[in-house]
Design a protein around this ligand. Structure first.
Ligand SMILES: [Ca+2]
Ligand SMILES: [Ca+2]
Ligand SMILES: [Ca+2]
Length: 367
């Protein structure tokens, strides 16, 4: 009798553990940092580790609220993680938060702005449309405060080149902290080129050791540089925070470390309506070097589903997308506006549209 009771309790506990949802990251699917001074150390690379092993190591850092910092390296470096359930998109509310290691300096910050070590990463979300539990579905960027900033570059791409084994370092004679000014070369699609510099503090390889290829390419949206050398002497840099909508951009206790799935846009910048998401991608959104501080790199140490934690954070950010009153159509054409104000040429996805035609406005429901 006793054993039957034990057996029943055991089965019950299995059932509960199967159906209980965790508010924390459950899996890391991909971890691909761009070259940087903490690469191969956060997490640590052991000889022979594969891409899969490194993803598992990143998972050990981030899953189940472990809160160990993972560094994404220079521009484009990324991590893709997921939850054990769909994170709901509640209207008007933030839905999840991402923890990084951003902090504000308390000295020499200009004009009372918030700044310090704010290394913004862009956040993308995806819904498991094909239901296979893998992040092989459409991705959408969460349009943060600087999505429409004229200094922000969409469709940016950059390629880093593996340094030769016998590369001779070129130290900076005026700055002993920089041991190789020409360490890892990069070129971008804006006609710019430069180097990820090596510094005296981190002597391991800055090239992800588990990557055999001789070059690494990353794409995405590039934010305008946010660092200011407040000393004027290269000794004191302040990286100013963007307003909202980026990872590792405000301290973890700040509500601006949280995200609203309603900010999702497609590749053309059109708003998309996602009822929930399963996967999140974070990538370093700045291509910037700050002397002895080195390259700017986003760090991540976890993510939480705010709804499962019963934390309600209202979205008080300004609406970014054009409203109906801002959009005007020529009188001789028929066009459509989605309820969030975004204009489209034809109503393709299901939803409610306002049809603008020479005969006036008409509400249109597409199923
Ligand atoms: Ca929401
Ligand atoms: Ca999928
Ligand atoms: Ca950071």
């Amino acid at each position: 009798m006793k054993s039957r009771l034990f057996c029943t309790l055991f089965m019950l506990s299995i059932a509960i553990s199967i159906f209980a949802q965790s508010p924390y990251i459950s899996r890391v699917f991909e971890f691909m940092p761009a070259p940087g001074q903490f690469v191969n150390n956060m997490p640590y690379y052991d000889m022979g580790d594969t891409r899969q092993v490194m993803a598992r190591k990143a998972e050990e850092c981030l899953a189940d609220d472990a809160r160990v910092v993972v560094s994404l390296g220079s521009y484009g470096g990324y991590v893709v993680f997921g939850f054990d359930h769909a994170v709901e998109n509640r209207p008007g509310q933030m839905d999840f938060e991402i923890l990084g290691n951003a902090f504000y300096s308390n000295a020499n910050v200009s004009n009372n702005k918030q700044g310090g070590s704010c290394e913004a990463g862009i956040v993308m979300v995806s819904h498991d449309d094909n239901g296979n539990g893998l992040p092989d579905d459409e991705w959408y960027e969460l349009a943060g405060s600087d999505y429409h900033n004229p200094g922000t570059i969409k469709h940016y791409s950059i390629t880093y080149y593996r340094p030769a084994k016998d590369k001779q370092p070129t130290p900076d004679p005026s700055n002993p902290a920089i041991s190789d000014t020409s360490y890892i070369a990069w070129r971008d699609n804006q006609g710019q080129q430069g180097y990820v510099q090596r510094n005296a503090y981190n002597s391991q390889s800055y090239w992800p050791e588990w990557v055999d290829a001789d070059s690494l390419c990353f794409q995405g949206t590039l934010l305008p540089k946010n660092a200011v050398d407040e000393s004027g002497l290269g000794t004191y840099y302040v990286l100013y925070a963007f307003d909202w909508g980026y990872a590792d951009n405000h301290p973890n206790t700040d509500a601006r470390s949280s995200f609203n799935i309603e900010w999702a846009v497609d590749g053309d910048g059109k708003s998309v309506n996602l009822p929930s998401i399963h996967f999140v991608k974070v990538y370093t959104a700045l291509n910037q070097t700050c002397g002895w501080l080195g390259e700017t790199s986003t760090e991540v140490m976890g993510a939480n589903d705010l709804h499962l934690l019963n934390r309600q954070i209202d979205d008080t950010t300004p609406v970014q997308h054009p409203t109906m009153s801002q959009g005007s159509f020529r009188g001789d054409e028929t066009r459509y506006t989605m309820l969030n104000g975004v204009r489209v040429n034809s109503p393709t996805a299901s939803g409610i549209y306002i049809e603008h035609s020479p005969n006036g406005l008409r509400k249109l429901i597409v199923r």
